[in-house]
Design a protein around this ligand. Structure first.
Ligand code: PMP
Length: 444
């Protein structure tokens, strides 16, 4: 296995040459909040799978639901004329879960990238039904990540995920994110920076002509771009601009839905009701690929009352509404509600963030610490604090390895170390992550 690991297998988001030089760790088992590799090395999973294993790896009710469903109805499509009982039950549960966000209808996908694609398509379609066919453009944030499909890649705000695949979808425009550590305004005050970014959005809306813009898509807290929480005024400000100019607001909550920010959803964290919300990841806790795009009453009604014939949904996947995925999701949402995991995410997130700030005081290589909103935190590593030049990739690799050896799996993204452990971590688990990181940085 070890030999064929890099030779036969191309890993996502990885240069094949890097995999060959440094074969990825082979994880063979998981239990609670820990993962175990092929050599029997056990570590706290401070990545939470890939921001998705919010309930940890030993969630018996979900395992039972999947097993029962596999024996009863392993698959049937929900295309044209058939459906299954699980997807109906799930839609009802999701409508209740997302009710405070003003969202009441569910459209199922097989993951986050699919969901982004569906949401962007629905946005264009919504305007067409309403007779505003000119509204086709999309706005998004630099540093935003919206998956790997063509529309999603077009709105991605990180050039690394776009340039190799260009030309992508025309009509997508990226606006500076409220990233206090680095921004074109040289502004370090989060509230003022939020105002500058909002002004930049409004400027772009006017420059493009509002009547040509379909939607603004954003993550409530930017995730893969390096965990960038905005000032509390930012997302409400985006909502206000979207409403003012007739633009739909799409919340990409692939990471933030289901408790990660310490609130049940990221939109609710900022007191915002989006028009469309993309969820995936934690909806099945990693047990099955699945996603749901949630739709507001107002948007749904435009489709449901359509008399133009333009309202038929042209998006759908073989695995949309997969009965096993839906059974897993029903059990997950029940557990998420029963355990109220967002509350633990808030408390443990505060502990983690404070520990990371203390780590920064001891290690000059850490230029910025971000977090403070549940269990999503990042350390940005720099060559020196004055220049803020990103640290050499090899040095981050060394910290990553030493941290892993000391007992915590963390994620490297660019010059950031990202932490997004399961939301069920205990105080002792967080202490273990912090001491492993201390060992990681001390190894330099
Ligand atoms: N949107 C966001 C905000 C994400 O973080 C991700 C995945 N990390 C996606 C979309 C794409 O989701 P998936 O990998 O399930 O296709």
């Amino acid at each position: 296995l070890k030999e064929n690991n890099a030779r036969r297998l191309w890993h996502p988001m990885t240069h094949p040459a890097d995999s060959l030089a440094n074969p990825p760790d082979i994880i063979v088992e998981a239990e609670g909040v820990e993962i175990i590799d092929i050599d029997g090395h056990r570590t706290v999973d401070a990545v939470g799978g890939l921001w998705n294993v919010n309930l940890g790896y030993s969630c018996q009710p979900v395992k039972d639901a999947i097993t029962a469903q596999l024996g009863r109805l392993p698959y049937y499509s929900i295309f044209r004329g058939t459906t299954n009982d699980n997807v109906i039950e799930l839609a009802e549960m999701l409508a209740e879960f997302f009710a405070p966000d003003g969202l009441s209808r569910a459209f199922y996908t097989s993951g986050g990238s699919d969901g982004v694609e569906v949401a962007l398509r629905l946005a264009r379609q919504y305007h067409k039904i309403r007779g505003e066919a000119g509204r086709v453009k999309f706005l998004s944030l630099k540093k935003g990540y919206h998956g790997t499909h063509t529309l999603g890649a077009s709105v991605n705000g990180n050039a690394n995920f776009r340039t190799q695949y260009e030309p992508l979808m025309p009509g997508c425009f990226h606006i500076p994110a409220p990233y206090t550590y680095r921004n074109p305004f040289n502004e370090t005050d989060p509230a003022r920076l939020a105002q500058f970014c909002l002004a930049a959005i409004e400027d772009e809306i006017k420059f493009q002509d509002a009547s040509t813009i379909a939607a603004f898509i954003m993550e409530p807290v930017l995730g893969a771009g390096g965990v960038i929480p905005p000032h509390e005024s930012f997302m409400p400000g985006v909502r206000a601009l979207c409403s003012k100019y007739g633009i739909l607001l799409i919340a990409d909550e692939v990471i933030t839905a289901f408790g990660r920010t310490g609130s049940k959803t990221g939109s609710r964290h900022w007191g915002v009701q989006p028009d469309l919300l993309v969820s995936a990841k934690a909806i099945t806790n990693g047990y099955f690929p699945f996603g749901a795009v949630m739709i507001s009453d107002a948007v749904a009604e435009v489709f449901e009352k359509d008399t133009t014939g333009k309202g038929a949904i042209g998006s759908g996947y073989t695995y949309s509404g997969h009965p096993v995925g839906a059974a897993a999701a029903v059990a997950c949402v029940q557990e998420i509600e029963r355990q109220q995991i967002h509350l633990n995410a808030g408390a443990r997130g505060t502990q983690l963030f404070a520990g990371l700030q203390a780590l920064m005081a001891r290690h000059q290589i850490i230029g910025d610490v971000r977090g403070g909103h549940g269990l999503m935190c990042a350390l940005e590593l720099v060559a020196d604090r004055a220049s803020k030049a990103p640290v050499d990739k090899k040095i981050i690799g060394k910290v990553h390895r030493a941290t892993y050896e000391a007992g915590a799996m963390v994620r490297v993204s660019g010059n950031n170390i990202i932490l997004s452990p399961p939301l069920v971590v205990t105080e002792a688990d967080v202490a273990k992550i912090l001491s492993a990181l201390e060992a990681g940085f001390s190894s330099l």
